[in-house]
Design a protein around this ligand. Sequence first.
Ligand SMILES: [Zn+2]
Length: 211
Amino acid sequence: MEAVIPRRKGAPAVDPRQRLEAAYGEVLRALGELGYPTETDYNFQETAQRAAKAMLELVKPTGEINTEVDEMLSRTFPARYDEMVISKHNTCFGMCPHHLLPVVYRVSVAYLPGSRVLGISKLSRLVHLLARRPVLQEDLTHELAEILHARLETRGSAAYVEGLHLCMAARGVEAHEARVVTSAVRGVFRENPATRQEFLDLVTAPQLKLL
Ligand SMILES: [Zn+2]
C-alpha cells in the first residue's frame, strides 16, 4: 500500500531536536546583532530549546504520520448507509513550506461510502494529522481527497480547505483577511456536479452554534 508521504530509510544522522536547538541558537545570535538582548535577558535563556520543541509540535515526523494513517485505515467499519459522510470545519494548524511560518486551516472533508466507513472522529483526526507538515495547502487538499477515495475505497470524496497563512497575514503584503481557498474532488463528486454542489453548499453555509 502506498504511503501518504514517501518513507525515509534509516534513522536521522543527527537528532532533529538537537539540530533545531543549534539552529535557533544561531537565530538568537542574529537577533542579538539586530540589537535585542538575547544573551542577557532572562526571557531568551531557554528560548532555543522551547522553539525547537514548538517546531516539533507543529511538524510531525513523516514516519509517525504514515503509521497512524495506516492504522486508521485498517480499523474501518462495514457501511450501513450510502449517503454522504461529512466532517465539517475542522480547525487545525500546519506550516507553509516556503517560509516555515504557521498556517491556520479550516478543513471540511466528505466521502460517499463504498463497503467500509471510517469512524467520524477518525476523519477529523486524519485532517489534523495531515495538516501538521510543512506542506503546500494545495497538496494537503488533494492528498486528503485521494486518501478518502483511493485508500478507503469510497465511491467519491471531496476536500475544501481555507487557510490563513501567517506569511501573508503578518509580513509581505500583510493581507490580514486574505484566505487561501482550495478544493479537490474525486469519483462521484467529480462526475456529478449536483453532488459536488451539495458538498460545497454544506461547507460554505454559515455555521450556526450547536452549543
Ligand atoms: Zn508562506
